[in-house]
Design a protein around this ligand. Structure first.
Ligand code: KIV
Length: 272
């Protein structure tokens, strides 16, 4: 059990800010269903992200764009039922907040009411500032997401490292300050140079959680299915695999099939 787990019986947005103040790193992982969320929460992970990466991982889409608000609510409500301790942050999916602040607020309210999630995350900086402010005004905690923002993949054209050029780095720094000033409780920085991420983390008082953004930030997030090796075709440099479940599960499934074919399963002891 982690030190954090003892100290914070229930993780809140306030606990995350305290963790940053006390120099305690924040752990965050994704989950999209009850069973996985139960394990992740039980392991003492501080924040569970119901990411729109569910569009890739659970539904097999090439991008995060197709997942709907209803589908995100379904995933998030399954996760919330499993949680005793972690803070549950739910992604607002593509198309649910970009058009205008009123629609953004309606989407955030649906997530909070229908899933029981504790906060929402949205991609982008000053382009979505008014929507962020409106959601925050309604009392819903918001986490920002800058750097590689997968909902804009067709604008970028690739999933390569972002903000390597001065101009984009400058905008990212300004956006991070804007998110803090607007009242966001945290920011995810995805796939940007480590030096820039560290500079951003030092420039704001809210926690900065990195994915492919180096060690100089306040916490780390990974997609659970990638870090336990259930997926195996996605191999970015920032990904540390803690298990090779793809291989273990393939072996288990083929062993099961073989046992059935050979008439070995079920045995005498495995029947009534
Ligand atoms: O959807 C997601 O899983 C995310 C993480 C990659 C941060 O946004």
């Amino acid at each position: 059990m982690s030190v954090a787990k003892k100290e914070y019986k229930r993780v809140t947005v306030k606990s995350l800010i305290d963790m940053k103040t006390n120099g305690e790193k924040i752990s965050m992982l994704t989950a999209y269903d009850y069973t996985m969320a139960k394990i992740v929460d039980g392991a003492g992970i501080d924040v569970i992200l119901v990411g729109d990466s569910a569009s890739n991982v659970m539904a097999g889409h090439e991008t995060t764009l197709p997942i709907t608000l209803d589908q995100m609510i379904y995933h998030a409500s399954s996760v919330v039922r499993a949680i005793d301790r972690a803070l549950v942050v739910v992604d607002l999916p593509f198309g649910s907040y970009q058009s205008d602040p009123k629609e953004a607020l309606r989407s955030a309210i649906r997530i909070m009411k229908e899933s029981g999630g504790h906060a929402v995350k949205m991609e982008g900086g000053k382009e979505v500032k008014e929507s962020i402010k409106r959601i925050l005004h309604a009392g819903v905690p918001v986490m920002g997401h800058l750097g590689l923002t997968p909902q804009s993949i067709y604008k970028f054209g690739t999933y390569t490292v972002r903000a390597k050029e001065e101009q984009e780095a400058k905008k990212l720094k300004e956006d991070a300050l804007m998110l803090e000033k607007a009242g966001c409780f945290g920011i995810v920085l995805e796939k940007i140079p480590a030096k820039l991420a560290e500079e951003v983390a030092k420039s704001v008082s809210i926690p900065v959680i990195g994915i492919g953004a180096g060690a100089g930030v306040d916490g780390q997030v990974l997609v659970t299915h990638d870090m336990i090796g259930m997926t195996h075709e996605f191999n970015p440099r920032f990904l540390r695999r803690y298990m090779n479940l793809y291989e273990d599960m393939t072996n288990a499934f083929s062993q099961y099939a073989e046992d059935i074919k050979r008439g070995d399963f079920p045995s005498d002891k495995e029947q009534y």
